[in-house]
Design a protein around this ligand. Structure first.
Ligand code: IMP
Length: 193
């Protein structure tokens, strides 16, 4: 089954590909020669993933899905949330984002946080939504070299390592995105497309 994945992010495309059975043929935006700036102007993860999926489905008339993820930190009223990519500014620097979070959490002992992913799937104009959450906490100093984004400061529940200290396979056992994608895959399997 062919589905467009509405993302320009190569890290993510790789990660998702490794989670999917072979019979799902994921078509990237590059494959369909889409280099458009996809709108991400909503104020919630749900809103943004819907904007992205609708843009592709309406422009190309193809089945597709989009995801949006945020890191929600309890002590920061769930910030950076939907603004996770550009928390420290429009240049979307992971290092600057991490520094900003660590600074805001300085001296705070409650460091609970969660990554939350929302996927919006559009199949023949019907819209379906899937959510994946991983709870954990923010440590006070970066650890690990793998992954991307906030991985070096996030330790998932039940672990002592950060996501950045895990292999991609290990991260996928816990990850918000993996959980949301698993839900979508189960749904698609039920449809027997
Ligand atoms: P996106 O919606 O998947 O593009 O994610 C938005 C931002 O959330 C990214 O730019 C990262 O800063 C952060 N993020 C998303 N997923 C992860 C992850 O698995 N690890 C660390 N940071 C992430």
């Amino acid at each position: 089954m062919k589905l467009i994945f509405a993302t320009q992010n190569e890290n993510k495309a790789q990660e998702i590909q490794s989670l999917l059975p072979e019979y799902f043929k994921i078509i990237s935006l590059k494959d369909i020669r889409c280099f458009d700036e996809i709108p991400e102007t909503a104020e919630t993860l749900e809103g943004n993933s819907l904007l992205k999926a609708s843009f592709i489905s309406e422009t190309y008339n193809l089945n597709c899905f989009a995801d949006d993820t945020g890191l929600e930190i309890e002590a920061l009223d769930n910030r950076p949330g939907v603004y996770s990519a550009r928390y420290a500014g429009p240049e979307k620097s992971a290092a600057a984002n991490i520094n900003k979070v660590l600074l805001e959490l300085e001296g705070k002992t409650a460091r609970n946080a969660q990554f939350r992913t929302i996927i919006t799937l559009i199949l023949n104009t019907s819209i379906f939504t899937f959510e994946g959450i991983v709870r954990g906490e923010i440590i006070s100093k970066k650890r690990g070299e793998n992954g991307f984004g906030y991985d070096p400061i996030f330790v998932p529940e039940g672990e002592i390592r950060t996501f950045a200290e895990m292999s991609l396979e290990e991260k996928n056992k816990h990850s918000h995105r993996a959980r949301a994608f698993q839900k979508m895959i189960e749904f698609l399997n039920q449809l027997k497309i």
